[in-house]
Design a protein around this ligand. Structure first.
Ligand SMILES: [Zn+2]
Length: 137
């Protein structure tokens, strides 16, 4: 992911309104990442924005195609047999135990476990580990 938005010469300062829960979550995430909260928020937002733009430029399947390099061959075949819109939905409603709500899985890899396809990755919001099982037919 590109990071050219960081340390831009003419920076603008913005103030974010957030709930105590959001602030706490961001603070914990920043601690794990080892960066100040502001850097963490900016970095995450830029990452998300960058991903959105890539998605928009080259069609919805692009981020998925990128991460398929970490799929095993059978997992990749299974994943590619799922229609793109359903894949997007599967990726965007993964339960995160830390955030306690549905979130988007990022940086995921895919393996076949028994008859199921197992996706293991990171929560887009808190960067904690999340997983999704897509049950076999
Ligand atoms: Zn999370």
């Amino acid at each position: 992911m590109q990071e050219k938005n960081e340390a831009f010469p003419d920076c603008v300062r913005i103030t974010l309104r957030m709930t105590p829960q959001q602030r706490d979550l961001l603070r914990r995430g920043a601690e794990v990442a080892g960066t100040p909260v502001s850097t963490f928020v900016l970095h995450s937002a830029c990452q998300a924005a960058g991903q959105l733009l890539i998605e928009q430029q080259s069609g919805v399947s692009s981020p998925i195609v990128e991460s398929l390099s970490t799929f095993t061959k059978p997992a990749r075949q299974r994943w590619e047999s799922i229609p793109a819109d359903i894949r997007q939905r599967l990726l965007s409603n993964v339960w995160c135990g830390q955030c306690r709500h549905e979130t988007t899985i990022t940086n995921f890899s895919g393996t076949i476990k028994g008859r199921d396809l197992l996706l293991v990755g990171k929560c887009a919001e808190c960067h904690g580990d999340v997983a999704r099982v897509i049950e076999g037919a």
